[in-house]
Design a protein around this ligand. Sequence first.
Ligand code: M6R
Length: 598
Amino acid sequence: MCGIVGYLGNNDCIENIKQGLLNVEYRGYDSAGISYIDGNKIVVQKRVGNVQNLFDTITCPDGIHCGIGHTRWATHGEVCEKNAHPHLSFNNKFSLVHNGIIENYAMLRDNVLSEIPFRTDVDTESIVNMVAYINQEKPEMPIVNCLGESLKSLQGSYAIAMIAKETPDVIYFARKESPLLIGVADGETFISSDILGLGKNCEKYVVVPNGVYGVIATDGIKAYKQGGKPYELEFKSMISLGERADKGDNAHFMQKEINEIPAVIVNTIDIYLKPLNPLTIIEPSFWEGIERIEFIACGTSYHASMVGAMFAEDNAHKVARTHFASEFVYNPPFVDEHTLCVFVSQSGETADTLHAVKVAKEKGAKTLGVTNVMTSNLVHVCDHTLPICAGVEVAVASTKAYNAQVTVLLLLADFLRDGNYETIARRISSEAMTLNLEEMWANAKKFVKKISNSRSIYFVGRHMDYITCLESSLKLKEISYIPCEAYAAGELKHGTIALVEEGTTMLAIVTEPKLISKTLNIVEQAKARGATLIYYTSLNLKDFAVKDKDVMRAPVVDVELSPLFSIIPMQMVAYLVSVGKGYNPDRPRNLAKSVTVE
Ligand code: M6R
């Protein structure tokens, strides 16, 4: 979380930083700020609130060509102007933006920097003050070396961009764990936490490797490894970012991203059906000797992994389990060189997931990433990575990426069985092409009022439907703030049914014919105790005395593919409820798109 950008070039720096910040704002929107040098002075302007609010309420001079900017998701210190980035050093000679966490900031502040006045509650201030302190102690030392020296004392993670009063047309940078990229165009250099934050006209980019720091100046970029050894950055041609930050005719990115689901699935399948595709280009020996598969992820990606594990076990006949990344690191299962660990992450930057990769590698496991961002950290740390090809996902609540993850994991399950995933790939693609999204939106609308008026909602289902319950519940709670939980239907009677009373809404998901009576028996018990029921199904429930008005229709698809498609109307419901309540579904409170802290 937190997005950083920097610009050095011939064009309008302020406008470039603004555009960059808008493109990385999904990483956090508690506050925003910008810093540049005007005459002989470092200027810092910051505001609580989003990037647009910052630029609506500040004025900047013309003719600025170098600067840095930040959009914050608060970790240390409350959300207020004082704690917003950029942070100035105690002597006003340096200004710095940071994404990450400095774990030993209090120790630095209270020991080495104990004589120095701190102005904020933020860990970042210890970095900029450390640079200024070293610069004050050793004025002959080049600033880039002062930065290199400062990094030695930091524990934690960081992506840093810094400007210095003494060197007006220069940006200093450093990276450890948190993402940082540099992009170059004719006469311009950009720096950002995400490829989306680099300028539209960038021709080349590089992901700054871990442990590298350096300096961007008008005469070029110099980089160093920790210890000061020069390091050659390897730039690549820029990838196409045509669709970034463009909502088209949609009111929100989330709406756009839901509408893209059929195309995303078809596109993903097309890529995996090419003769040279992400699965078959991996050397065959990687797949040999796998005895068990562990899927590791967080949030929505965890739910996609549950589908992946279920199918891997059923189709590939391997023991397959799912783990929360944040738990895997403390309580890893038995993992060795015969274990395939699959790390699923839309962003590829989730700190919990990246930590879990480290743990799995230490135990000798084979590691496979599944991600939407092929420039992300996950790609660098895993042995191999499968792209999900969902295109840029901006809304904080993940939708199309979930469907793309499930698609790739379904292919993987069949691939692990006998290498042949073409049949399922073609089935998925043809189902995706027949989806009628307009009808789904219309059906979803009918239930918005009932759901919006609920005090709390229980999603219940069995087997694959239980996974859809989990993801539906997460989607609804994160953008509508209605308390909701998902339960395996059979578990209700073992305790949770005690919570049911008049006013409880229960949403039963039933898409597998063999489960109808078992799931409905349970929800009838809840109904008898006062629960209001909504049945979400693709099946005919007439024989079960269910009234049509209580039935929300799920898409009629191949039962085996239900988790991939039946989630779509639930994503729509969550979106519509959020909008109906007057919230911005793209920017839910307290959340950020990629969670880069543990
Ligand atoms: O980028 P990742 O897939 O690793 O992110 C994992 C979760 O943080 C993410 O899925 C989160 O739960 C979303 N807000 C869900 O909509």
